[in-house]
Ligand binder design. Sequence first.
Ligand code: GDP
Length: 301
Amino acid sequence: MITVLSGGTGTPKLLQGLKEIIDPAELTIIVNTLENDYFAGVYVSADIDTVLYTMADLINEELWYGIKDDTFITHERLEEIGCSELLRIGDKDRATKIQKTLLMEKYDLAKACEIQAKNMGLTSKIIPMSNEHSDIKIVTDIGELEFHDFLIKHRSEPKVLDVKFSSVAPASGIIDAINNSDAVIIGPSNPITSISPILSLEGVREALKNAYVVAVSPIIGSGAVSGPASKFMEALNVDVSAIGVASLYQDFLDALVIDTKDDDKKVEVNQIINKVIVTNTIMNNLDAKKNLAKIIIENIP
Ligand code: GDP
């Protein structure tokens, strides 16, 4: 059994590789819920939906958001009638979101996701990190912004001074999944807004200390492959490098996978983390995803 901690872009790429080389029924995926909220009347859990669509081979791989080849009739009509929405939600994707919203009238988020995963024919366990609503604020030079306002309205442009989020209770099953796994994989996801919310859940860091944990650095050289991770790391005074990533996870991490381009940092990372694996971590095709997944699995003791 393998547990994966995931956000909504980097780790899903790795999941595409993992599900090709191990039985998906062996995977438990704990997904960030920090950015979840209601938009235009539907509950949007972007990272969870990305993981569901990834595992069901439905994901739009250009955006790592929504369903491939979707249409936007409802989105466009909403604009026409003066009800424009911040997120560009496709029609099929909206159906998933409507279903989740309806399920959540009866069940908690974890149960709603379990039902949706089953409907999509998935055998992996996909667990939202929490059933509670998190309140996240990006503190910037133009004021405190909601996460999606920062990301979409302001295109991640303002200078980030701090990232604040409220603490929430872990969804049930998370600690057990970690305790019962042969290894925990922290995928290359944003360390500040995707992974640290999961790590901040009560009991998670302690459980990870007793597990074999391997992470993949989402930082190559001195920048993120995509998204605002470097801005958030800088704001929190974390070195934007594989060394900075190592320092964030050092209290529980057994192995860190860094990119071939960071070979010169291996010695320094090794002073923080016992085992350092150097390989290609750019996952721009299925072979690269499978190779990285294979190297991670082969290195599990
Ligand atoms: P979000 O929820 O959309 O913010 O996505 P994640 O947190 O899951 O992933 C964002 C992180 O993935 C960024 O920091 C990127 O640097 C990292 N990332 C994306 N693609 C790759 C890749 O191919 N290789 C590596 N090493 N990191 C990647």
